[in-house]
Design a protein around this ligand. Structure first.
Ligand code: ADP
Ligand code: MG
Length: 384
């Protein structure tokens, strides 16, 4: 859009609008360019003409939380410009963005002479924003409280699970020693692995509740990982009347956190099995190496994702049609894929079932900072 038709400019009378448009500098920023840093002293008001700007707060080394975004026809930085306080977040460009920068001194000069009508329009805009801000804030507080409860609950569960799990571990180890045949050894290892998985699942939920996903990445051969996955889940699927197929070239390697990635596949496969609801069905996991990334698809021929939850599907606590659903499985999956720098989305229909697409970069040893996914905390007020 051009600067003259930007809503901020249209607040003013023709003369001031022309002056503002003339004195503004138009600048195009490339992907990941930083427009301003958190803590900087405000010098400009920014009008977004094209593209998107994200606002993120620094959490810890290399980790940021995206707190809001600005789209074309929106403006940002006005609070800082008006009260002179340091910027409350970093403004960083998503793909490319064109913004018009209006210097603080010029803006203040025009505002001082502006009519009450202009002031009212600005006032109105700020009030609307504060309304949204309050709503978001209340949502965020409610969300955090829920997460604190989940965290406390999981902590208790982990604590209570410890002793029965170590019992399972010890006894299966003992059986393995007493019976030296290969098959017993194999089943005992399976028991031990599953017990270990239960512990790590609970720990993972705890980590998710804290909102800080951390990855232990290593070179990972997807073929062997999925073979193991199929073996571990074979009995579960067969008992549910579901056929689980895996198709993966033997040599595909990525740089990923195996346990967490398998957790993603697990969550999606379990959901598909549950969606079949005792009916027979097929789940197919297919790996396709592409030049830039590896695509993993998980396809089921089940009933499709209910229309009511498609929009909010990856949000926490969204569950449908299950007596004991937590609504966390897909939110956890999304946060793990996001942390790997990948994407997760789905296609679904009532007649054909559902396919999840997991696109993962071969390597995510990025120089770039990891941005925590939005799912972990709902949006915060946009900083100014
Ligand atoms: N493959 C699928 N087919 C149909 N519905 C699905 C599928 N995967 C997920 N769903 C729906 O999405 C909801 C959210 O899943 P999830 O986040 O794992 O939470 P939960 O399984 O605890 O309900 C499920 O309750 C279910 O209704
Ligand atoms: Mg689930």
């Amino acid at each position: 859009m051009d600067i003259q038709s930007h809503q901020f400019i249209t607040f003013f009378d023709a003369k001031s609008a022309a002056k503002l448009a003339q004195l503004a500098t138009i600048e195009t920023f490339s992907h990941q360019a930083i427009i301003f840093e958190e803590g900087e002293i405000p010098d400009y008001l920014y009008l977004v003409l094209e593209g998107q700007v994200n606002f993120r707060k620094w959490i810890r080394k290399h980790h940021y939380q995206i707190v809001a975004t600005a789209q074309p026809n929106e403006f940002f930085g006005e609070f800082g410009v008006l009260d002179g306080q340091p910027r409350s977040a970093q403004a960083i460009v998503c793909e490319t963005a064109t913004v018009a920068k209006i210097p603080r001194a010029i803006l203040m000069e025009i505002l001082e002479k502006a009519s009450s009508e202009v002031v009212l329009k600005l006032f109105n805009y700020v009030i609307q924003r504060l309304r949204v801000t309050t709503k978001d804030y209340v949502q965020q507080v409610a969300y955090k409280e829920k997460m604190v409860l989940v965290g406390e609950m999981v902590n208790t569960i982990i604590h209570d699970l410890k002793s029965p799990l170590s019992g399972i571990h010890l006894s299966s180890g003992m059986i393995k020693e007493l019976h030296e045949d290969e098959e017993t050894a194999e089943w005992c290892e399976l028991i031990q692995e599953q017990a270990q998985r239960m512990t790590s699942m609970a720990e993972e939920l705890l980590e998710f509740a804290k909102g800080l996903p951390s990855l232990k990445r290593d070179r990972l051969n997807l073929y062997s990982a999925l073979q193991r996955f199929q073996k571990l889940n074979g009995v579960y699927c067969t008992n549910a009347g579901v056929e689980l197929r895996v198709a993966c070239p033997e040599t595909v390697e990525i740089y990923a956190d195996e346990a967490k990635l398998i957790r993603v596949v697990q969550n999606l496969v379990v959901n598909a099995v549950e969606a079949f609801n005792q009916q027979e069905g097929t789940i197919e996991i297919q790996v396709t190496p592409r030049p830039e990334w590896v695509q993993i698809t998980i396809t089921d021929n089940g009933p499709g994702i209910p229309a009511e939850i498609r929009e909010t599907f990856f949000e926490s606590f969204v569950t449908h049609g299950k007596a004991n659903g937590t609504g966390l499985g897909t939110a956890i999956a999304k946060s793990i894929i996001d942390a790997h720098g990948g994407t997760l989305f789905f296609q679904t229909s009532e007649d054909r079932g559902t396919t999840f697409f997991l696109n993962l970069p071969y390597t995510t040893e990025t120089q770039n900072a990891t941005t925590l996914p939005l799912q972990i905390a709902p949006s915060l007020p946009r900083p100014s």
